[in-house]
Design a protein around this ligand. Structure first.
Ligand code: FAD
Length: 519
């Protein structure tokens, strides 16, 4: 089976897998990739699209987490900084260095001296993999590099580096890497029940959410990697299972960058409640996030509400007062549930652990709960080490190779060489830059599509760089099934246009159905 084809119910039924992974977010995709790279026969099933859960609703940072230093979680910061360095190498097109400004204001909850000490430690922990050492600046120096910051109470600040990624495309790249290494990938395939044999979990009953129909997948080990849904899957094994998660909701909003005027990413404490917040540049947009409140009982219902929007706007206006952002500036919003480990109910939401835990159920299913986008790879390695022990010695299940094999598109470190062929095709410079950033070393495949069918060079939307070739590529190689998959996660048109991608929808649907007729 080619790595880029969605596995059918028949494929899932006939192939006997060593490992079934439930959940196609970054955690499940990471586990499938690690396992497949070790030679374990693995099937990955996802109820909707890859990355459609929390993994496309993050702040998109690949970071050590400066604020975790404040909580004394040095191990988590150290591990995350190591991963940051590694992911910058494995997927340079998707994970990019991001300069951050940390302003110091009089009366901040975290005083300037403490923030400076934190940054020294952050650089030390990053070691040789550091992006760049931080720099402290006086008030004037800071305003020179970030002129629209609030002057009142500003005493100075610092410039340091972390990294940013497209979370949905990173998840997709990891899932595709699993497919290339031999995993069966099935999005829109929901687990309905677990298959129990001799008191052990030995697979699952699944439904094809697009075509209908059900089948049973048999597997020697089952891993539940369903993030905020993981307790619901655990209860299929043990209806009395006590929840391991206490998810919290985090919301973001998108405004035009020109309305804020930030030149860098900004990390600051909200004057409203002292929480750490971000103002993040992304192309022509600025993301403002996040909130951290108790989650709705049904994860699918997580959405930014009026209170979230007002909180985010007011916090951002406090640091960029000239912006006077209002609800009319909001282009899009998103919210996700952090799969945080349950803790003492008296602990405030923003202090719950971000670390992960692997739990074995009474019938042998492994559940991975918690974690971060940044640390998906070591989490996956730890899970697959346990899977390998359960499977015994049959598969070549020794060392994890996930640190050395690049992600799709990450095979070339220098991306500039991919620009000229695009310009020679007559694509506008902004489109070429956008495509190279999204597809890295895979961009020649998009150029080839444009050569075969010249209309595929046409933009999908009058206000966005995305082109028709991306839809064809999304179907042929990225397991896109619906217009939402393309608009929300393959191109991000839904978040980066004022009409949420509506002007592109008909064109996307036309290209999707033409591709389906051919396949
Ligand atoms: P998910 O991505 O939610 O995946 C679980 C999947 O399981 C879903 O796709 C779901 O459809 C599927 N599923 C559910 N039920 C079934 C079923 N019955 N059958 C099959 N599939 C099923 N981390 C960082 O490192 N950096 C950040 O900047 C960052 N920012 C964040 C900001 C916010 C607001 C939030 C909420 C989180 C943030 N995180 C960040 C954390 C990070 O996003 C999550 O830890 C990570 O995405 C969780 O991935 P996951 O695969 O465990 O869960």
């Amino acid at each position: 089976m080619t790595p880029w084809v969605r596995a059918s119910l028949q494929d899932l039924d006939t192939v006997r897998s060593d490992l079934l992974v439930i959940g196609g977010g970054i955690t499940g995709a990471g586990i499938a990739r690690d396992a497949a790279l070790r030679g374990i026969r693995v099937a990955l099933v996802e109820a909707r699209d890859f990355g459609s859960g929390t993994s496309s609703r993050s702040s998109r940072l690949i970071h050590g987490g400066l604020r975790y230093l404040e909580q004394g979680r040095l191990h988590l910061v150290l591990e995350s900084l190591r991963e940051r360095a590694l992911l910058l190498r494995l997927a340079p097109h998707l994970v990019r260095p991001l300069p951050f400004v940390l302003p110091f204001f009089r009366g901040d909850r975290v005083p300037g001296w403490k923030a400076r000490l934190g940054l020294i430690l952050y650089d030390l922990l990053a070691g040789r993999g550091n992006v760049r050492r931080h720099q402290t600046l006086g008030k004037r120096g800071l305003l020179e590099i970030e002129p629209l910051l609030r002057e009142r109470g500003l005493t100075g600040g610092a410039l340091y580096h972390d990294a940013q990624c497209d979370d949905a495309r990173l998840t997709l790249a990891v899932a595709r890497a699993a497919g290339s290494a031999g995993a069966l990938l099935a999005n829109y395939t929901r687990v309905l029940a677990l298959r129990i044999e001799g008191g052990r979990v030995a697979g699952a009953r699944v439904r094809d959410e697009l075509a209908g129909g059900e089948t049973e997948i048999r597997a020697r080990v089952v891993v539940n990697a369903t993030g905020p849904w993981c307790d619901a899957i655990r209860q299929l094994e043990d209806p009395a299972a006590v929840p391991v998660l206490r998810p919290t909701k985090g919301a973001h909003l998108v405004v035009p960058r020109s309305r804020v005027g930030n030149r860098h990413a900004i990390i600051f404490t909200s004057p409203l409640d002292g929480r750490v917040m971000f103002i993040l540049p992304w192309e022509a947009w600025t993301y403002i996030g996040t909130t951290d409140t108790d989650a709705p009982p049904v994860p699918e219902r997580a959405a930014a509400d009026q209170a979230d929007i007002l909180y985010l706007l007011r916090s951002a206006n406090a640091v960029f007062p000239a912006a006077r952002l209002s609800e009319e500036d909001v282009v899009a919003t998103w919210a996700g549930l952090r799969p945080l480990l349950a803790a003492d109910p008296t602990v405030p939401a923003s202090r719950i652990s971000r670390e992960h835990r692997i739990v074995a159920g009474p019938a042998g299913m492994l559940t991975i709960a918690g974690g971060k986008l940044t640390t998906f790879r070591p989490m996956a390695r730890e899970v697959v080490d346990q899977v390998a022990r359960l499977l015994g010695s049959r598969p070549a299940a020794g060392r994890s190779l996930s640190a050395s094999v690049p992600l799709p598109g990450g095979e070339a470190r220098v991306l500039d060489t991919f620009r000229n062929p695009g310009l020679e095709l007559g694509l506008p410079e902004a489109t070429v830059d956008y495509l190279v950033r999204q597809y890295g070393a895979e961009v020649p495949a998009l150029y080839a599509l444009c050569r075969q069918q010249v209309e595929l060079k046409d933009p999908l939307h009058p206000d966005h760089a995305a082109i028709g070739a991306q839809v064809v590529f999304a179907v042929q190689r990225e397991l896109a099934c619906t217009a939402e998959d393309v608009l929300e996660r393959r191109t991000r048109l839904a978040l980066e246009t004022r009409d949420r991608g509506a002007a592109a929808r008909a064109g996307v649907e036309r290209l999707l159905s033409a591709e389906r007729r051919l396949s």
